[in-house]
Design a protein around this ligand. Structure first.
Ligand code: TNX
Length: 531
């Protein structure tokens, strides 16, 4: 019995070896996002048991990057792949000069060499190299096959400096472990900013030591009435550090003055007394029909577990509101090394226009006081933005234009293309469709620089794909809505528009599907692709 099992294993291993598909040319390797320039050679390079990784140039990062690459290649190959300064036929070289995030990758018959002038550049070169290896490289255990890759040369650099995604950890809490898993996927796509939507009507998800009831009360539930959750500051730091190891910067968001019911439920003294919608709104994204002007109300709001938006607001006249904002921005900024602080500012339907403008202008200064650059949803451009502030376009083109006219940059997240919570089609098991149904080709086929009237290349900081989580409760839900669309958005953000090609993307993404299968990632099998 044992023997026959063994011989079946041997035979199938041999068969696998002999049937192994021919090495595709570098043009056909499933590289996503597609590189800035690529020249396919004719030969192949073979990774062997004697191979090693040699790091050269200045910087302690090099050893870490070498180990990172080795860790990716060891399990499936079973090779030792020592990392050293002395020898190895996979070379990571840090040079000086060159634009940040750019790298060169050269594969010859005897060696593979990645050259860059920054850690991020080398990291991106490593991601490309991993994608050039046969998909079986993703396996956690030994695969008996030869590890051949096509020769050629790549020079690569991103079109946009900000390439991001957002997780709404407020509507449903997302655990540290799941955020890290998301970061792993982002890293493979050369995305470099993770925006965390930390607060909303349904939940407050970050410990604030000077206002402890925010998490105690405000963090205690979620959409649908689940148990909620929050990150301690230590856990948040852990996410920040994990992201940094993956060359990803965290952008924290505290959404205000609307989307603040969780705060108003935690601290009565901050509640101006706009009451819950009580189901009296007619559809998503509309203010409550029975809205009345705020009155002073010493009662805390009730916790909210529905999915209406636009019914809550801070009092913009109350001094305590600004003390609160100051404390929150200070505590979060202290544990956020990245340059940005997102103040939300969307859908404040029950804040008077003048009050809204006053609030945004005042809060911008608090953010700057703590050394950060403001980011806000496009509505913030109806206020006078500080120089350098960023407006995140999601819905209203005129707002994006207002930001540009003030000399501010725009982050592109058009809901009709870049919202990962939109359904693919009418049969999608979760998601919303108020903005659009977004099939994979729709997520791919748009050009940030011609999308919003009057907003051109020079006005755009980058592209971000947000995942709102009203209908998302676990990792499987995240993966179903995110993949393959996040790969499409990553290419929109990295690759120049003239080098994008849907037919080529369709083929390349199919290879990623095989990788996701090996990694147990439950992606949406779009009918637009032959998986
Ligand atoms: C609009 S996008 C919102 C969010 C919702 C999302 C659902 C934005 C700035 N506001 O509050 O979660 O729609 O798709």
């Amino acid at each position: 019995m044992k023997k026959s099992l063994l011989s079946i294993a041997v035979v199938s291993a041999l068969a696998m070896g002999s049937c192994q598909s021919p090495v595709p040319s570098l043009n056909e390797a499933g590289i996503i996002p597609f590189p800035a320039s690529l020249e396919a050679g004719s030969g192949i390079f073979t990774l062997e048991s004697e191979s090693g990784i040699k790091v050269t140039g200045e910087g302690e990062e090099l050893e870490i990057l070498g180990e990172y690459l080795a860790t990716k290649l060891r399990p499936a190959t079973g090779f030792v792949l020592p990392v050293s300064r002395e020898s190895g036929n996979i070379i990571l070289e840090m040079t000086s000069g060159g634009s940040p995030d750019s790298y060169e990758l050269e594969i010859s018959d005897s060696e593979v060499k990645i050259t860059a002038s920054s850690g991020s550049g080398l990291f991106y070169g490593i991601q490309t190299l991993i994608q050039i290896f046969p998909v079986e490289i993703e396996n956690e255990s030994l695969v008996d096959m030869s590890w051949k890759i096509p020769q050629g040369k790549i020079f690569d650099q991103p079109e946009y400096e900000y390439r991001g995604s957002m997780l709404d950890v407020a509507r449903h809490f997302i655990t540290v472990e799941d955020v890290k898993h998301y970061i792993d996927q982002m890293a493979g796509l050369k995305l470099n900013y993770l925006h965390l939507h930390l607060t909303d009507d349904q939940g407050w998800r970050i410990e604030i030591k000077s206002w402890p009831k925010l998490t105690e009360i405000g963090g205690s539930t979620a959409v649908g009435g689940g148990e909620g959750g929050f990150y301690t500051q230590e856990q948040y730091k852990e996410i920040v550090a994990y992201a940094a190891q993956n060359y990803i910067t965290i952008v924290p968001e505290v959404d205000m003055p609307g989307h603040t019911n969780a705060v108003l439920a935690s601290y009565a003294e901050l509640n101006p007394g706009v009451n819950l919608p009580n189901g009296k709104t007619d559809s998503l994204n509309k203010a409550p029909l029975d809205y009345k002007m705020p009155t002073t109300n010493p009662q805390a709001a009730e916790l909210y577990t529905g999915i209406e938006v636009g019914f809550s607001t801070f009092s913009t006249e109350l001094e305590l509101t600004y003390q609160f904002v100051d404390d929150v921005v200070r505590e979060i900024s202290e544990i956020t090394p990245g340059p940005y602080f997102h103040i939300g500012g969307d859908e404040s339907h029950v804040t008077e226009k003048d009050d809204y403008v006053y609030f945004i202008e005042r809060v911008q200064n608090i953010v700057v006081k703590y050394g950060k650059t403001n980011v806000g949803w496009d509505e913030v451009a109806t206020a006078k933005l500080l120089p350098g502030s960023i407006a995140q376009f999601w819905a209203v083109e005129e707002n994006a234009k207002l930001a540009k006219d003030q000399g501010n940059k725009v982050l592109m997240s058009p809901a009709k293309r870049a919202y990962l919570d939109m359904q693919y089609d009418t049969t999608s098991r979760i998601g919303q469709h108020w903005a659009a149904y977004i099939e994979l080709d729709s997520a791919y086929l748009w050009n940030p620089e011609s999308y919003a009237d009057g907003v051109g290349r020079a006005d755009i900081l980058g592209v971000e794909a947000p995942l709102w989580t009203e209908t998302v409760t676990n990792r499987a839900d995240i993966e179903y809505l995110t993949f393959p669309r996040l790969s499409a958005i990553a290419e929109v953000a990295w690759t120049k528009n003239e080098r994008k090609d849907w037919e080529s993307f369709r083929k390349r993404i199919a290879q990623h599907g095989k990788r996701w299968d090996i990694n147990g990632i439950g992606f949406y099998r779009s009918p637009k692709v032959d998986w």
